[in-house]
Ligand binder design. Structure first.
Ligand SMILES: NC(=O)c1ccc[n+]([C@@H]2O[C@H](COP(=O)([O-])OP(=O)(O)OC[C@H]3O[C@@H](n4cnc5c(N)ncnc54)[C@H](O)[C@@H]3O)[C@@H](O)[C@H]2O)c1
Length: 378
């Protein structure tokens, strides 16, 4: 096929070698498709209708957003990849990368009736191809917690994994957004940004720690407590993403509720212990994967909308910022075409929230320093 020749015209050319019956059947199919296209897009000026349909599809793929999931064969990676594949024409392609078992996941997902091609890449020799030309990377590679472990206990394993993969992103997709899910997020985001900076890349506004599971859980727990559909609730969760660094700002819950002190304490504790509750319930088989995949997919969806120019997209995320004196902090940010567009202030805090914020800062500062030092000496 010549470079600029569309798939439709190749189909027409191939038809010249077919029997009359075969041609009639194929031609009817193409005409039906083209008729549908004319109905949906009547002003399109292509002369060959079947060709026009193919061209539109090819153009959508060219303009669409290429997404890579690193760690795609894992507990989060698999359901997240399914949810992303279902986004259909929002994606130009979905690249699935892992050190093991990714071919089967991609083969499985390539049968989902959605437009974006799903391709597997396995092992470091295929990492460059997985990342080349990608616009958005979701990093979910690394070990998950087992009972008795804190997120910080994962540092020894995951710091190296995140450093290596962020370095590769800087080398092969330096302008991509990098969404970091791998724990401990409080430290892995500083690692990822520093690793990219070492390669002369690393855009503060595009390296983003995904804390959306905290927001999803806060919506659910508050919704259930007050008897309102969780979908209608919005609670900013700020600080970091460890049990002792995350802080739900219940005074800013939307819609507003007059929580008692006891309710605030119970809801805050429930949120902070939610991850551990799942780890213990899974009894060694992993940590939150399905709710995390849902939360990450929603966050990716917001990023895709922002990349395509949608305005007013506000999410809480853990990013490099100057909202507080700490170099990284989870707070509401407005997303735009090139990552974080505006860092929104924390808003008015009540006395309890101000005290809790002071308490979490020292722990968060320690994790940030640990991550930054690791990356600088790596
Ligand atoms: N941000 C959050 O809210 C949140 C929530 C839950 C879990 N997590 C974290 O997400 C991470 C993934 O969790 P999971 O349950 O999917 O773990 P998992 O062990 O099930 O899967 C991890 C995957 O990463 C792959 N992997 C390991 N090293 C790799 C490398 N160098 N390159 C590519 N792939 C590699 C493994 O082969 C595996 O398929 C963990 O660190 C976990 O703590 C974060």
């Amino acid at each position: 096929m010549e470079r600029d020749e569309c798939v439709g015209s190749v189909a027409m050319r191939e038809m010249a070698h077919e029997t009359t019956d075969e041609r009639t059947t194929k031609g009817a199919a193409l005409r039906r498709t083209a008729g549908l296209h004319d109905h949906l897009m009547p002003k399109e000026g292509w002369t060959t209708r079947g060709c026009a349909v193919m061209r539109v599809a090819a153009e959508q793929r060219r303009l669409g957003i290429h997404v890579a999931v690193l760690g795609a064969a894992g507990g989060i990676g698999q359901p997240l990849s399914l949810l992303l594949a279902r986004r259909g024409s929002e994606l130009a392609s979905l690249r699935l990368y892992d050190v093991a078992n990714v071919a089967g996941v991609a083969a499985d997902l390539s049968h989902v009736d959605a437009r974006a091609p799903v391709r597997p890449y396995q092992g470091t020799s295929e990492l460059a191809d997985a990342l080349h030309g990608v616009d958005l990377v979701v990093l979910v590679a690394g070990a998950a917690r087992k009972p008795g472990m804190s997120r910080d206990d994962l540092f020894q394993i995951n710091a190296k994994v995140v450093f290596g993969l962020a370095t590769a992103v800087a080398q092969h997709a330096p302008n991509a957004w990098l969404l970091v899910v791998t724990n401990p997020v409080d430290a892995t985001v500083p690692i990822a940004l520093e690793a990219m900076r070492k390669q002369g890349a690393g855009n503060d506004r595009k390296v983003i720690g995904v804390t959306s599971l905290d927001a999803v859980r806060a919506k659910k727990f508050v919704g259930d407590a007050v008897g309102v559909d969780p979908a209608r609730i919005m609670v900013p969760v700020v600080g970091g993403h460890a049990a002792n660094t995350m802080l739900p700002l219940l005074s800013q819950c939307s819609p507003r509720f007059a929580f008692t002190e006891k309710e605030i304490e119970d809801l805050t504790t429930k949120l902070r212990e939610a991850g551990t509750q799942v780890v213990e319930a899974k009894a060694g088989a992993g940590s939150a994967t399905l709710s995390m995949a849902h939360a990450a997919d929603r966050f990716v969806g917001q990023c895709l909308r922002a990349m395509q120019g949608a305005k007013g997209i506000v999410e809480c995320a853990y990013v490099s910022s100057s909202v507080t004196e700490l170099p990284f902090f989870a707070s509401p940010v407005q997303l735009g075409r090139d990552g974080v567009e505006t860092y929104l202030p924390l808003g008015p805090l009540n006395t309890g929230e101000r005290e809790a914020l002071q308490l979490l800062k020292s722990e968060l500062a320690r994790s940030i320093q640990k991550g930054t030092e690791f990356a600088r000496s790596a």
